[in-house]
Design a protein around this ligand. Structure first.
Ligand SMILES: Cc1cc2nc3c(=O)[nH]c(=O)nc-3n(C[C@H](O)[C@H](O)[C@H](O)COP(=O)(O)OP(=O)(O)OC[C@H]3O[C@@H](n4cnc5c(N)ncnc54)[C@H](O)[C@@H]3O)c2cc1C
Length: 453
């Protein structure tokens, strides 16, 4: 444990809360979504405002402490918390200001997607965001941001119009197309490498009333046919339709495998009913919850499948096509999963998200195709080895079919530096130069790290 000086002085300075191991709430605050992560910072600052972030960073630098930044705490790699350093916990900073006329929203970095949608939907407005309501806006946005509206409105970063950042020297800087443009470019996919975001401003879009969407599931013996149907539908889908396929289990804990599809059509009701009607008409579903649904509610449908504290180990990859071979691998590997909580998820990129050049933002993966997310999730700590092995072996089985490249936000903490480099693709060297400008000592290295050039 690092010897800390002057915690009392820190407490006097900070408007929020300063926690050390003796404090009653220390253990609950250091706990993040992934139960595999059990780290004990020397000190936690629960920031109440930008000045707390500035003073927290200066304190950490003066004490030579590592800095971990926590938004929603969802990142499976667990970089939101560290051993022996400073955890800057942003989760109390919950301000949300919607400008309905300009159709924009400015949020503080502790806001989750459930809180975000709740406020923007009051005005019939929304933007691309995470599919689980407790995921943090900040971490998801800085890494890219996949969600149900991405075919129509692009990734979350494509809707980011400005950010405020505290740098490693404690300076507060603004970033947008017109101010510190290179930093703004880097923040759209470069993660937490450049500083701590204290405010994020987004473009919103009209989303009056319900969308058509929800979940439909078939028995697992139909998995091949359903995945091939999913492939055909997604290759011809309009921008307004997003579809995710999930090899999953019934939620009753019995371990019965299911093949499910999640859909969201945010276009006109006539078009939406027609698209969703085609999905409903396919085969003989065992569960059909597709229909009109509030967009905010759609973004909570998966919450129960991802309980806080469950043990998680993730791998992911991009594939250009969902070939018959890939379908067979997914089916076969899923049946060998040791946990009834694990899933294999297939997401499709298309439409607006793919109409950007690879260097338009720091997030480089703009080609249409599929992302496969291998989610090993379990509760019993004694079963960790077999669950981790299942995810790794599934990834290995997919290796001959995958493109280079990976989504930084889905990476665990055991990836090689060359895999991290692949997450940033052709933008890596430009990001290294930017890193040298804003964080030459690599103070912000608890992330998918870009070492300074
Ligand atoms: C159940 C679940 C569902 C998910 N669904 C989606 C989805 O639909 N779409 C998608 O794209 N991703 C999804 N993800 C992945 C998600 O994007 C990442 O886990 C993301 O990092 C979560 O952000 P967070 O703020 O919750 O996480 P945290 O763990 O708090 O933060 C992750 C990292 O982001 C950085 N960071 C966070 N806040 C700040 C800040 N204010 N300033 C600077 N850096 C910061 C830090 O490096 C931190 O380590 C999901 C993850 C989970 C566990």
């Amino acid at each position: 444990m690092i010897e800390l000086v002057d915690i009392a002085g820190l407490r006097e300075m900070i408007s929020g809360l300063v926690l050390v191991a003796d404090d009653e709430t220390f253990d609950s605050v250091r706990q993040i979504h992934n139960g595999m992560i059990d780290r004990r910072p020397a000190v936690i600052i629960r920031c109440a405002g930008v000045a707390d972030v500035v003073d927290g960073i200066r304190f950490a630098v003066s004490q030579n402490l590592e800095i971990a930044v926590r938004g929603g705490g969802h990142n499976v790699a667990g970089h939101a918390v560290c051993d022996g350093g400073l955890m800057l916990d942003m989760s109390l900073m919950k301000g949300i200001h919607v400008d309905p006329l300009a159709r924009t929203v400015r949020v503080q970095p502790g806001v989750t997607w459930g809180e975000f949608n709740r406020e923007t939907l009051l005005h019939g407005l929304a933007t691309t965001g995470g599919a689980v309501s407790s995921t943090g806006v900040a971490g998801l946005t800085l890494g890219g941001g996949f969600g149900y509206l991405m075919g129509k409105h692009g990734f979350t970063i494509d809707n980011l119009i400005a950010a405020e950042l505290v740098t490693a020297t404690g300076e507060v800087v603004q970033a947008s197309e017109t101010e510190n443009g290179e930093l703004f470019w880097g923040l759209r996919g470069g993660g937490g490498n450049f500083g701590v975001a204290t405010s994020l401003k987004f473009q919103l879009h009209r989303l009056d009333g319900d969308v058509q969407g929800g979940l439909i599931a078939h028995s697992f013996d139909q998995a091949s046919d359903v995945l091939k149907f999913y492939r055909a539908q997604t290759q011809a889908q309009p921008d307004e339709l997003s579809m995710v396929a999930s090899l999953t289990h019934t939620p009753d804990g019995s371990g019965t495998p299911l093949i499910a599809m999640l859909a969201c059509h945010s276009g006109s009701q006539t078009d939406a009913k027609q698209s969703i009607g085609q999905i409903k008409a396919f085969g003989e579903p065992v569960l059909d919850q597709l229909g009109p649904i509030n967009y905010g509610r759609l973004n909570t449908m998966l919450d129960k499948g991802f309980p806080k504290g469950a043990l998680n180990y993730w791998k992911s990859c991009f594939v250009a096509d969902l070939t018959d071979e890939v379908v067979d691998i997914l089916k076969r590997r899923f049946l060998g999963s040791p946990s009834a909580m694990s899933k294999l998820i297939v997401e499709r990129f298309h439409g607006a998200a793919t109409r950007y050049e690879a260097d338009a933002t720091a997030f480089p993966h703009r080609q249409s195709g599929y992302n496969i997310l291998i989610i090993a999730q379990w509760m019993d700590g004694s079963k960790s080895d077999e669950n981790v092995a299942w995810a790794r072996d599934t990834y290995a089985a997919l290796q001959p079919h995958m493109n280079t490249g990976v989504y930084a936000n889905y990476m665990g903490d055991d990836e090689t530096s060359s895999r991290v480099e692949q997450a940033f693709g052709g933008n890596y060297k430009r990001l290294q130069v930017l890193k040298r400008q804003y964080d030459p000592e690599n103070r912000f290295h608890l992330n998918q790290n870009i070492p300074p050039a």
